[in-house]
Design a protein. Structure first.
Length: 491
């Protein structure tokens, strides 16, 4: 039997925080993918996990010793509409382990069968969405973006029925926690002040112990969540990631990217880009992500009001003051991230405009976001003749030429030398992102029992800042006939 060193705390919170739920066994579990490195980090025996016993656990056919399986209770604002009860309808928390670095991590099976929160859903997931989350979340981790992780993907040997029958699968998701803004909102909406306080105390102890040093520890909590969320969204913007369903139930209190549904990376840059088939109005378009995160944080702050001060007016003023800091945090993160992407090591007040001009010319000329930035890494500070690959991505290269001249002036201003700058830039501008057309290709092959393209892509995405010339086709932008315009939730 595989040993999971469980130490479960969430289950100790009162009964209204969770519902008992056990995974429903599946017919013929088979391992699709196991993340050995992550297993090691978690103190798990990867070899044992890959054997029948381990696979039985990862499929939900057998409960590991020490597990306290549960479905978490939460609510949420979905596309701005209040839903008073959501909860884990197809995910079951097996328990928590303290990893090798001392960090507490949730181990959760996603797609493990119905729970008391499943409503009319089957509690299952398909191989496509499971492998998609695996690939995207591991790619984000390798890019350095805070995210939940994927420990394993299992094929169930049973079909699930969506728009068409699909092979069923289970993902083992690992998170700093699955506490969401929507978890707080569930209790806040019920005016269950006692529960809000218990949850806030649990969250401080688990994620933000330094909040205890603040004058008001709950303002300390709010400030820390705001800072982490701002940092997260800035990261998304810097790599061109569009989450697609930034509902409050998908907004992690720990500041990790959570719930990989119809998310996608942009190919050609445009701030209005939306992929999700259910986001008809572009609520969660690329350019709106910071605003929507702020909107979610207002909802979070609202739930904490009774903890800030006895008098509501005072509490609201305190919350407002904290919420105002989001923009500063976000802009600082974004600006320092872009400076790195452009190889700038000093600060100049004109930098924000320099960045804006590049983005504007990319948008107007359908330039690929990732490739343009990566090509910039190879440019020389004093020789425009080597600009070829960067400028060729623009429909009309002249705005790029003008921009590059301005950028060079800025480089000269800080006496930038090519080699160290190029190295810095290569560490901030990935060569490889999970391109939608490549992801689709890999998932389609996996559905037809060919895991090779998935595994190759996964491997390449593990070192996204390396050139890997032998895998150049995986870094290329899609041809017009390869462009993926729309992505689906797949629930
Ligand atoms: P999501 O879109 O994955 O963030 O899920 C939104 C809500 O729907 C959550 O409460 C999920 O647990 C629930 N849900 C999604 N898919 C299923 C399913 N197949 N069966 C039961 N509940 C589901
Ligand atoms: Mg969700």
């Amino acid at each position: 039997m595989v040993n999971f060193p469980f130490d479960n705390r969430y289950v100790q919170l009162p009964a209204r925080f969770h519902a008992q739920a056990t995974p429903t066994p599946v017919r013929a579990p088979a391992l699709l993918q196991l993340n050995r490195k992550l297993a090691e980090e978690l103190g798990l025996d990867a070899d044992a996990l890959a054997q029948d016993d381990g696979v039985a656990i990862l499929a939900g056919n057998q409960l590991p010793e020490g597990s306290d399986p549960l479905a978490m209770t939460y609510a949420g604002y979905q596309f701005g509409m209040w839903v008073p009860l959501l909860g884990d309808g197809r995910a079951i928390l097996l328990g928590e382990v303290v990893d090798r670095s001392g960090m507490r991590r949730d181990i959760q099976l996603k797609g493990a069968g119905p729970t008391p929160f499943s409503r009319r859903g089957d509690g299952r997931a398909g191989i496509g969405p499971v492998l998609r989350e695996y690939l995207l979340s591991e790619s984000m981790a390798a890019l350095g973006v805070p995210t939940t992780r994927s420990l394993a993907a299992i094929k169930t040997g049973e079909p699930i029925f969506r728009r068409r029958p699909e092979p069923g699968a289970v993902l083992t998701r690992v998170a700093q926690s699955h506490i969401r803004v929507g978890t707080f909102q569930f209790f806040g909406a019920r005016r269950d002040d006692e529960a809000v306080q218990l949850l806030a105390d649990h969250t401080i102890e688990r994620h933000y112990p330094r909040a205890n040093d603040a004058e008001n520890r709950y303002i300390g909590l709010l400030d820390a969540v705001i800072a982490n969320q701002a940092k997260l969204i800035a990261h998304w913007q810097l790599v061109g990631f569009i989450h697609g369903v930034m509902n409050t139930d998908n907004c992690s209190i720990a500041g990790e990217t959570l719930d990989y549904g119809p998310c996608a990376f942009m190919d050609s840059y445009h701030p209005n880009t939306v992929f999700s088939s259910i986001d008809r109005r572009g609520r969660y378009a690329y350019r709106n992500q910071p605003t929507m995160a702020q909107w979610n944080l207002v909802g979070f702050a609202e739930t904490l009001l009774p903890l800030f001060a006895d008098e509501e007016g005072t509490a609201i003023e305190m919350a407002k003051e904290s919420l105002q800091r989001f923009s500063t945090h976000f802009e600082n993160e974004q600006l320092s991230g872009w400076r790195k992407k452009l190889g700038l090591t000093t600060e100049d007040p004109s930098d924000a405009d320099l960045i804006e001009q590049l983005l504007k010319s990319m948008a107007e000329n359908h330039a690929d976001f990732t490739l343009t930035c990566r090509h910039l890494c190879a440019l020389s500070a004093d020789d425009p003749d080597r600009d070829g690959p960067a400028r060729e991505g623009f429909d009309d290269p002249s705005p790029f030429d003008a921009w590059a001249a301005r950028w060079r002036l800025r480089l000269r201003q800080e006496n930038s030398s090519d080699v160290p700058r190029q190295q810095l830039m290569r560490s901030a501008n990935p060569a490889f992102i999970p391109r939608n057309h490549r992801v689709e290709e890999a998932l389609q092959a996996a559905e037809e029992d060919n895991l090779k393209p998935f595994e190759t892509l996964l491997k390449v995405l593990e070192t996204p800042y390396d050139d890997q010339p032998e895998h150049e086709p995986l870094s290329a932008a899609p041809r017009p006939d390869q462009i993926v315009h729309e992505t689906f939730c797949g629930t």
